[in-house]
Ligand binder design. Structure first.
Ligand SMILES: Nc1ncnc2c1ncn2[C@@H]1O[C@H](COP(=O)(O)OP(=O)(O)OP(=O)(O)O)[C@@H](O)[C@H]1O
Ligand SMILES: [Mg+2]
Length: 501
């Protein structure tokens, strides 16, 4: 087996904190090599070093046996190393084609355009990466945007493709497509570094797995010699025990009701049609379905971001057609939004500021409603939240955007769940979280439920819905296909409903 690339004794320090410490990693030709580790273990940092976005504090990189210096992404591309980042880096207003060729030197622009098109067409064909090349990127689905990123890397001649949590944002069928692409790449001797928190995927697609823990590489194993349990144990450094929950005993009174709600009903994807549901105290209502069947719209209506075109929303204090996000907060409702970067966090603000984002009007944190913040009180509160929620950061004064993806999610959870919300709207609450953080979030949701919180859980992860829900509804093309009990849920029936049957 030919080694393509080796990272030796790599360290990366931010201030006094080591994100990577003496990490070694070897990638063979034609393999899918998975990086596994808790949120903040240093996976993205290590890969950012590999593609020249960060300079290591120590260690070396060998490419086909020769030591190389990778000072920038262009150097990496020159060595055939490309990366699809956790958050895409496309220019949304430009077309897919323009994004793919962006920054690559061509001859005469007019001449090269048709040559580019032919080359990209050939690449798409070869690896099953079809995209509408002339559509602006912002009009493409997430899956298609990802294919543009992959094409971009391949167009630059990548034979080592780093995929940082590519499946976190994909629907199940899109994951299958991505896996097909990865298999056709490795069949040609190209290699992939794959990052994912979903053990089932990791077990399916990997050849070898390297586990990082707290910045260090702790083991590299062949997939055939590993199990989901053994990998989880390696990741967290002790035996991982997944919680088991009882279903709610006796759900309480109704706190919110949607009756025949519709929103852009003519849209097959992205509309709601005659949706009726009730939320009760002390109960988790799970919304199952394949992504893109109205889940985001449902959350937008319930959180007051969008007024329904038809039907009624009845909240604790009456109908909420005039609901606004402010009223939502005031009603003591909490929200874990789908897109943490756009809606959940202010990246440039500190972790502490993000934790009190919705409370800066309170006496506890300001002397005069929103002005004159009590920085000491905010800091103390933030420290408490950090401790309780195991938010891994160097300091609560650190900018939220410099936290690892999963730790950003923990900041949102900590903020939203503090203060016993009456209703919680949780949209993909564990997306991007590692196994133990996921378990932690589930524990918190169940305990909120047992304290009387009414929770609506919208998730594309069917296992998660089954595990947590007391009642389940299925959304398909904006319609509620059926309501099912969470206890002894009819899995087969629900799966069929998710497919529209
Ligand atoms: N620019 C930075 N400044 C300070 N700290 C940073 C910076 N970038 C990363 N870190 C820290 O380094 C650690 C590793 O982060 P990294 O993003 O590599 O984790 P990860 O393994 O990719 O996690 P996740 O699974 O959540 O994506 C984190 O604790 C993070 O806060
Ligand atoms: Mg990461």
């Amino acid at each position: 087996m030919v080694e393509m690339l080796r990272m030796e004794h790599i360290s990366k320090r931010f201030g006094s904190f080591y994100a990577n410490r003496d990490v070694s990693l070897s990638i063979r030709e034609g393999e899918v090599h998975t990086l596994l580790g808790e949120n903040g273990a240093g996976k993205s940092t290590l890969m950012n070093i590999l593609v020249g976005l960060y300079q290591p504090t120590g260690g070396k990189i060998l490419h086909r046996g020769r030591e190389v210096r990778i000072n920038c992404p262009r150097d990496a591309a020159g060595l055939g190393i490309g990366m699809v980042h956790q958050h895409f880096m496309l220019v949304e207003a430009m077309t897919a084609l323009e994004n793919v060729v962006l920054g690559v030197k061509g001859e005469s622009p007019l001449l090269s355009r048709s040559a580019d098109r032919a080359r990209i067409g050939a690449l798409s064909e070869r690896y099953g990466l079809d995209v509408e090349l002339d559509s602006p990127v912002r009009e493409l689905s997430i899956g298609a945007q990802q294919r543009v990123e992959i094409l971009k890397a391949l167009y630059r001649g990548a034979d080592l493709l780093v995929l940082d949590e590519p499946t976190a944002v994909l629907t199940d069928p899109e994951v299958e497509r991505l896996f097909d692409v990865m298999r056709s790449l490795t069949a040609e001797g190209k290699s992939a570094v794959f990052i994912s928190h979903k053990m089932r995927e990791v077990m399916r697609i990997s050849d070898r797995i390297t586990v990082l823990r707290a910045g260090k590489s702790v083991a590299t194993v062949e997939v055939g010699r590993a199990s989901a349990q053994s990998l989880a144990n390696l990741m967290i450094g002790h035996e991982f025990v997944e919680s088991v929950y009882e279903k709610a005993k006796a759900p309480g009174e109704e706190v919110m009701r949607l009756a025949d709600v519709s929103l852009h009903p003519s849209l097959k994807h992205g509309g709601l049609r005659d949706v009726s549901l009730t939320l009760r105290r002390g109960e988790i209502l799970g919304v199952a379905g394949i992504d893109g069947n109205g889940q985001s719209q449902l959350a937008r209506v319930i959180t007051g971001l969008e007024a329904p075109e038809g039907g009624t929303v009845v909240a604790p204090d009456g109908p909420v057609s005039v609901f606004s996000p402010e009223a939502f907060i005031e009603a003591g409702m909490a929200d874990i939004p789908e897109d943490r970067n756009a809606m959940g966090l202010v990246g440039d603000m500190s972790v502490a500021e993000n934790l009190v984002l919705k409370k800066t009007d309170s006496k506890r944190f300001s002397y005069a409603r929103g002005a004159w913040l009590k920085t000491g009180a905010i800091r103390a509160f933030a420290e408490e939240m950090r401790e309780k929620n195991d938010i891994r950061c160097v300091s609560v004064g650190q900018a939220a955007r410099s936290l690892s993806g999963g730790n950003q999610q923990k900041v949102i959870l900590a903020r939203e769940l503090y203060g016993n919300p009456s209703i919680l709207v949780a949209v993909y609450p564990t997306r991007g979280l590692d196994v133990s953080a996921t378990n932690f979030v589930h524990d918190v949701m169940i305990s909120e439920r047992d304290n009387g919180c009414a929770i609506i859980l919208i998730s594309a992860d069917f296992d998660e819905v089954l595990k947590l829900s007391d009642r389940i509804i299925v959304l398909f093309e904006g319609r509620v296909m059926g309501t099912y009990p969470g206890k002894g849920a009819p899995v087969k029936e629900i799966s069929l409903a998710m497919a529209g049957k």
